[in-house]
Design a protein around this ligand. Structure first.
Ligand code: GLU
Length: 287
């Protein structure tokens, strides 16, 4: 059965772009007589707030959406992510990392021949400074990164990796995307699997949860599309199921910038206060 989900982080109020994503996912579930789930991606306890979580429920109800109960909350699933992380550690694919953003920026600014800064799903590509460090040396202030080249080798190298595919249905026509080892290494790099403060990361939690919730279709913004090859790789390493992906267009502000939490004026609740209806919101996002 088709199962879709909307997975917001309660770190601010939902804006028009979130509304679009939720309506798209719920609409696709309804069209397929499937299930629609809500998941609170609240692993980042430094930024998540109960007030924002409640606001998410209120705003989505106002949009006319219903979802199954109970809502899965990532903050309650630390032990499950820990087990997944340990699997990758036991495979010898991880290393501890003590680099700050500043360390990474400094390493990347060192003169390199023909170097051009490349951005991956989490910003600049990690330069590999800590890659030589063994896991047994991990301290309480270290994050854990995936050694992506080692992960590719583990799966059998480029040829094996090119057998890993996923369906993308967000474009003009459905596509089968094939993973490419070079692109993963150069375009994604050694992503963080566990932040020092929260014990997991978005990438690890999302693949574990999409599989556990038996999500068949992931509907989310194009901004997350660069992370999908990494998610597919993690699914292969952890023997998790792969949903079909629909990366939809982004809702932008009047200057063309994609919406962020700072766009208070475009928060769903601001429109509600201004007397708009759920039907107005649908129209505003082109649904
Ligand atoms: N919590 C993520 C976000 O709000 C979800 C992305 C996803 O759907 O995978 O961007």
């Amino acid at each position: 059965m088709t199962t879709e989900r909307f997975a917001p982080s309660p770190t601010g109020f939902l804006h028009l772009g979130h509304g679009f994503s939720a309506l798209m996912a719920a609409g696709a579930a309804k069209a397929a007589s499937g299930r629609f789930l809500l998941r609170m991606e609240d692993i980042d306890t430094t930024r998540c707030r109960a007030e924002f979580e409640q606001a998410i429920y209120d705003d989505l109800h106002w949009l006319g959406l219903e979802w199954e109960q109970p809502v899965l909350r990532q903050s309650e699933r630390g032990a499950i992510y820990q087990t997944a992380l340990q699997t990758l550690v036991d495979l010898g694919l991880c290393y501890p990392c003590s680099c700050t953003r500043k360390d990474i920026a400094t390493a990347l600014s060192a003169p390199q021949e023909g170097a051009e800064q490349v951005f991956g799903p989490d910003g600049v590509i990690y330069p590999g400074t800590c890659r030589h460090r063994p896991m047994k040396d991990r301290t309480a202030t270290d994050a854990v990164r995936l050694d992506i080249a080692a992960a590719i080798d583990h799966l059998g190298g480029q040829v094996a990796v090119s057998n890993l595919t996923y369906q993308e249905i967000g474009g003009a026509r459905p596509e089968t995307i094939t993973l490419d080892a070079g692109q993963l290494i150069q375009g994604c790099g050694d992503i963080v699997l566990a932040r020092k403060d929260i014990g997991t990361s978005y990438h690890l939690a999302v693949v574990v949860d999409d599989a556990e919730q038996e999500i068949t279709h992931v509907t989310r913004g194009k901004d997350v599309a660069p992370a999908t090859p990494v998610h597919r790789l993690l699914q292969a390493l952890l023997y998790l199921s792969t949903p079909t992906y629909r990366h939809h267009r982004l809702i932008r502000d009047e200057t063309g910038k994609r919406l962020a939490k700072r766009h208070d004026a475009m928060a769903l609740r601001a429109y509600r206060k201004a007397g708009k209806t759920a039907a107005d919101i649908r129209e505003m996002v082109g649904l």
